[in-house]
Design a protein around this ligand. Structure first.
Ligand code: AMP
Ligand code: MN
Ligand code: MN
Length: 320
């Protein structure tokens, strides 16, 4: 069931113990949501913890610590999680069917939770969390501001993408007024690269192939490339932005091999190409300009399948 802001705030006010879940392979938005909401609930005298099916990359550690103990609270909240399967295999099995409140900004949200507070016009789920926090009457502390700012900045590519609205920028300004360390956060997120990341980026660029009259650029990252570079999956998010940056490309795809041999696809598009619609053909989803899905097969078959879906989308657009 879709609910409004007031109903979500009432649910939080009327209960005491909360287990907040982020999506697996956590990013700045889901962690920012989790830690900001957790602090807000605690300041209302409630018990709250944040958990994730994966460990969080060290660069996000200034926002807070995930609970690593196996603690369960009855009121399960998922933040920035469009589909229960994005909780990761173990957490999906344990909690996926029992989420009481989902706070999210993906238009493709599967409505798997009992109640869903959804705003696809939000550049980051952190925009919605800030509204919830204000509805609860909680003061925005410096640590909450750092978390919310991180979500706003990371999901908007440092305020560059088309998902940015006046509200995003107003909220970012407000967070700076509340003490967010905006320049420090942006340096960590956008101006710092590990050596292992740079080594992986080089291999990723070498793997790039062009398709569909050069309208599609395709990067494939294999397990061998992770081994050779010393990098791991926690570092691939920044690579996903690269193929779309090539002049004339309207669909950039970055596909990485998972330990189980399947391929995780990250699609980034320019205006006029709906990434979420293309990824939906393969069981995934996301936003109009950034979406994802998982495909089986060897690298070449997986790539051909993704390219064929993009081609199908182009043909349908041409005919519509
Ligand atoms: P990613 O390429 O993994 O960074 O994902 C881009 C956007 O699409 C993110 O907002 C994800 O939450 C969303 N997304 C990725 N994979 C899926 C999926 N299988 N189902 C629904 N949404 C997804
Ligand atoms: Mn996310
Ligand atoms: Mn998000």
């Amino acid at each position: 069931m879709i609910i409004d802001l007031k109903t979500a705030a009432k649910f939080l006010e009327n209960n005491d113990d909360f287990l907040i879940l982020t999506h697996a392979h956590p990013d700045g938005d889901t962690l920012g949501c989790g830690f900001a909401l957790c602090e807000a609930l605690k300041s209302c005298g409630k018990n709250a913890i944040v958990r994730c099916g994966d460990t969080a990359p060290e660069k996000y550690s200034y926002m807070g610590k995930l609970c690593e103990e196996d603690i369960e609270y009855e009121n399960i909240i998922a933040v920035d999680v469009a589909d229960a399967k994005l909780l990761g295999k173990e957490f999906e099995e344990r909690f996926g069917g029992r989420v009481k409140l989902c706070i999210d900004h993906h238009g493709s949200n599967r409505l798997y939770a009992e109640q869903t507070l959804l705003d696809p016009s939000a550049a980051a789920a952190c925009e919605i969390i800030l509204e919830v926090i204000k509805e609860l009457g909680v003061e925005v502390t410096k640590s909450i501001a750092d978390c919310i700012f991180t979500g706003l900045s990371t999901d908007s590519g440092c305020f560059r993408y088309s998902n940015v609205t006046p509200r995003t920028l107003r909220m970012a300004a407000e967070m700076i007024e509340s003490g967010a360390d905006h320049s420090k956060i942006n340096v960590i997120m956008f101006e710092t690269k590990t050596r292992t990341y740079v080594a992986l980026e080089r291999l990723a660029l070498e793997s790039m192939k062009m398709f569909l009259d050069d309208r599609c650029a395709f990067i494939t990252i294999t397990r061998d490339m992770f081994r050779e570079s010393g990098s791991d999956e926690s570092e691939v998010d920044a690579i996903a932005a690269i193929p779309r940056q090539i002049e004339g490309v309207s669909v950039g795809v970055t596909m990485r091999e998972k330990p189980d041999g399947t391929f995780k696809v990250s699609m980034r598009t320019h205006e006029g190409v709906d990434a979420s619609a293309i990824c939906a053909m393969l069981g995934g989803g996301g936003h109009p300009r950034a979406a994802g899905c998982t495909v089986d097969g060897d690298a070449q078959n997986a790539r051909n399948l993704v390219v064929s879906c993009i081609e199908k989308y182009f043909k349908e657009e041409l005919n519509s």
